[in-house]
Each structure stands twice: as C-alpha cells, then as structure tokens.
Design a protein around this ligand. Sequence first.
Ligand code: FAD
Ligand code: NAP
Length: 532
Amino acid sequence: MTQSQVDVVVVGAGFAGLYALYKFRKQGLSVAAFEAAADVGGVWYHNSYPGARCDVESIDYSYSFDEDLQQEWDWSEKYAAQPEIHAYLAHVADRFDLRRDIRFGTRVTAARRDVDDSLWLVDTDAGDSVACTHLVMASGSLSAIKQPDFEGLDGFAGEWYQTSDWPKGGVDFTGKTVGLIGTGSSGIQSIPKIAEAADRLFVFQRTATFTIPARNGPADPEKAAAIKARYPEYRREARQYRIGSPLRSSGRPSTDFTPQERQALLAQEWELGGPSLLGTFSDGGLDKAVNEEVAAFVRARIRETVQDPATADLLSPKDHPIGARRICIDTDYYATYNRDNVTLVDVRSDAIARITPAGVRTESGREYPVDMLVFALGFDAATGALTRIDIRNADGVSVAEKWAQGAPTYLGLMTAGFPNLYIITGPGSPSVLVNMVAAIEHDVDWLADLFGHMRDHGLTRIEANADAEAEWTAHVAELGDRLLLTTASSYYMNSNIPGKARYLIAYPLGLPAYRDHVEKVVADGYRGFALR
Ligand code: FAD
Ligand code: NAP
C-alpha cells in the first residue's frame, strides 16, 4: 500500500496513457500511471486473438509526436498485426523510459474529492491511495468488455475464450470443434484464422456485417520512404481528412456520375481494398438511395464469393445502411464460408437459448456440439471504462449516476460537476469514428496546453460549465440525426448493451471540424470552462 501525491494520475497504458505520461512528464509534472494489465499496450495487449490487426494503415495508425521514432520504426505490413503493434508500444515505453511511472496489474477502483474539493484521491485494488491535482482517464473507449451472459455457460464442459481478453500463451485449436459468437470486427478477423486451425467451426451470427477486403500485404518500402522523407508534412495533411488519416474519395456526390461510372468507381475501390469504399461518393453516409447502391454493390460481391446461395444471403446485411455500423476490412472473410469445415448459424431467426455442457442450444431446440467457445461480443463502448470505476464528486455524485441516461460532456473532454477530471477520446469526441491515434494525440496535446496555461496563470481548477456541456451534447445529437449512422443498432448508439440509453457516442463530423471547434474555444479564453 502506498500513499502519495502527484500532479497527474493517468489511468491506462495504451496509446493514450503512454503518450499522456510522456507528454506531462516532459512538462515537468509528476505523473503516476495505473494499468490493470500486466504490460503496456491497452487494446493491443488484451486483444491478441488470431487475426487481430489494425484497420487504419500502420503508417498512419502510429504516433507522430517524435520525429526520430517515426523515422526509425518500420512497419512490416500495410495493416500491422497485433504482435507488431504491441511490440511498437513496448518499444515506445522503453525508448522514453515510461515504465518506471506505471503500476502494472493495478486497477483503479475509485476516485473521490478531498475535503477541500481541491484534489482527487485515487484508490486502487492494490491498496494504493494517491492524491492528484489532475485525473486523466486514458482508460479506453473499447476496453470495458461485454461479458458473455449466456445461461448455462458455467456448466460448459469445454474451454471458452474472449477475443478481448485473449490468453497470452495463445489457444491451440487443433482437432477441436469451435463455436464462435459475434461477427463484428473481432469476429471477422478471427474467423478465417480459427477456421484454418480448427477441425470444425460454427459461426453464430445475429447481425451480418459489411466487410471490404483489406488487400493487406507487406509494407511498400517505396511508399514508406516517400512518406518518411516528409513525415511531419504528411501528418499535417493526413489530419485534414475527416478520419485524421488519408481516405480515398471522389469528393463528389453520386449524381455527378452515370450509373456505369458509379459501378466502375466502386469496383475500383473494391480492388484497392480498405475502408474507403463508403466514401467513394460524398453523399454515401447521408442519402439512403446512394447508400443502398453501395450496399447492393457489396452484396453482389458476397454472392460472387460465397458458393452456397443460402449462406451468401445470410451473410448479406439487409437491415442497416452500409457504414451505419462499423465497416470492417478483412482477409478472406467471405471466402472462409466456402470451406467444408465452416458452418454459419443464423441466431437472429433462431436465438441462442443457452449453453449446455456439450455446446450451444438454440430456441428451436437445435444443438451444436462444440469443444470450445470463442466470444467476440464487443464492448461497453465510450463510457464503460469510467462507469466501472466509482468516481464521485464533492456532492457524492458518481460519473455512473450522472451518465445513467446519457453521457453529457463538454467537447468529449470533461463532464460538468467533475473538476479536473479529463477523458481522452471521451463520449462526444470523434473517438471511435476516426483514426484513434490521431484523436488521442489531439486530446493529450490539448490537455498539455491546458496544464501549461493553468500553471502560467496560477490556476489549479477547471470545470466544464453545465450550459456549455448541454449545448455541446445537443449539438452532437443533432449532427447525428442528419446522418444514416444513427439509424442502425450498434455500439455507436449503445444498442449492444441491454438497458443502456440510446444516443450517439461520438462527434460525427470528423477530426478537422472538431479540432477547429476546440481551437476556437481555447482562443475565446477556454469558453465554456470555469477556471480558477
Ligand atoms: P486502450 O488501448 O483501450 O487502453 C486503455 C487501458 O486502460 C487498457 O489497457 C485497460 O486495461 C486500462 N484500464 C481501463 N480501466 C482501468 C482501470 N480502472 N484501472 C487501470 N487500468 C485501466 N482504432 C483505430 O483507429 N484503428 C484501428 O485499426 C483499431 N483497431 C482496433 C482493434 C481492436 C481489436 C480494438 C478493440 C480496438 C481498435 N481500435 C482501433 C480502437 C482502439 O480502441 C484505439 O485505436 C486505441 O488503441 C485506444 O487506445 P487507448 O489508450 O485510448 O485505450
Ligand atoms: P462489435 O462490433 O460490437 O460486435 C459484437 C458482435 O457480437 C456483434 O456481431 C453482435 O451481434 C454479437 N453479439 C453480442 N452479443 C450477442 C449475443 N448475446 N448473441 C449473439 N451475438 C451477440 O464488437 P467487436 O467486433 O469487438 O468490435 C468493436 C470495435 O472494436 C470495432 O467496431 C472496431 O472499432 C474495434 N475493432 C477494430 C478491429 C480492426 O479491424 N482493427 C478489430 C476488432 C475491433 P449484434 O450486432 O446482433 O448485437
């Protein structure tokens, strides 16, 4: 048990926590970081399932804050796999000597204000109690796991695993019949790999997902050299894209093209691969008919790829616009269903009733005997990491209580009533809708500027004003209402967690618009914040 006081406590040691620790320490602040896992990496520590890799190109899904780092690090593939991203983050931790200020294997359980309401008192499950001026939640938008709550799981005779908490020694699927539940990005990446390794694979699908071939491969050394020759300028340009890294787009509405030209553009995008397909036309996320044309194009590719027409039909999403749920990029996903050892089970028409000792039983009474279960069920996104900690303000109100029916924030960075509590990529920031490393660097830089400003002006306390928060939260909701994004059920709208209120968890207009807004707030003397 330790008792101490620091300027800043950082919760989490993923992309956000590591950069926050580096940046604040460089400012001369004393920092203590806590990480529940045994090592750095965050998402890239926990999600070590077969097939895990990024869906933003690695040359972009990486830190820009240190020129030597970005010059010296070489990515082996266009979309690096989890072990390489984890190795990169471990390298960053060692290179900048970050580990000495991180307590690993230590979960922050509670935070409350001291008697003067001037410090946060942070408690951990290891018995630490640390006082700090600033409490920075780098605890992740996609880190609070949606746990499997299937009846009967306790009595399952085989082994079961979660993609989001994969065992570090790996899993041997040889000779096994495996059942996998969940067909979001995690399922889509792991299914082809598990199918190769296992004797037999049953995929239990409730909602079909649109996925585009990644066309991954070895990194192109010429492209990397050209970018490295002007990396800072390249990063500045990249930050002007809506997602904070380059996306191809005609930049024009679909009406600028004939139907034949539109099909040719989509076919070209399909061949190039990656997440740009939806952005082929500037109105793909706004106009139902345009969106449907893109969706129909993808469904036709599914029918071309998957030999069994009934399976192809089941794999074809029909209940939501393309892009309204996270668009996935894959390697051999649809083709995997042509394998003799893979069976797709539709658990929308015949839901999972329970797990039996021998496998999975559906409502109709059908049994699927399996030796192993893999859950790829997703996350309690955006708010889960914070609401699972008992964070209470001077009035005794917790963040979980305040956020019971929504997650009001000001700019996604702070929530009113909780002075000096900051959220990196919080709800109401662009967060899960953009390249998150770019979003993280933005937020940490903003915080470092704020801390510098406070120090220079003898300020110790900052709080978001309730009216500024209400205005921002309404603004995010209003923007969402104009987009097809909010018409689907997904974790973007919290619909994946029973009982969670439905609202859009992220600012939907992208990083440049968000950054401009935040810059204006600062230029106006931190408009909407009370500093003293
Ligand atoms: P995390 O990496 O989630 O780190 C948060 C850390 O905080 C975790 O290690 C957790 O253990 C720790 N923590 C949480 N609560 C506590 C507590 N109470 N006490 C102590 N420690 C705590 N985004 C993209 O832009 N591109 C991608 O290609 C991409 N791929 C992804 C792939 C997967 C499998 C997943 C799950 C997400 C992916 N994301 C991607 C989103 C990803 O969340 C971000 O890109 C980024 O890694 C988030 O970093 P972070 O540091 O904010 O959070
Ligand atoms: P997800 O997108 O939320 O998908 C979860 C899946 O589990 C859905 O198919 C869901 O079906 C299913 N599911 C949940 N509960 C179920 C139940 N009780 N019965 C049957 N099915 C159930 O989660 P994810 O795949 O982990 O991805 C989350 C996010 O992490 C992604 O959107 C992305 O941002 C990030 N990620 C990125 C990558 C990458 O490519 N780099 C990889 C993994 C994750 P329903 O939709 O019907 O609820």
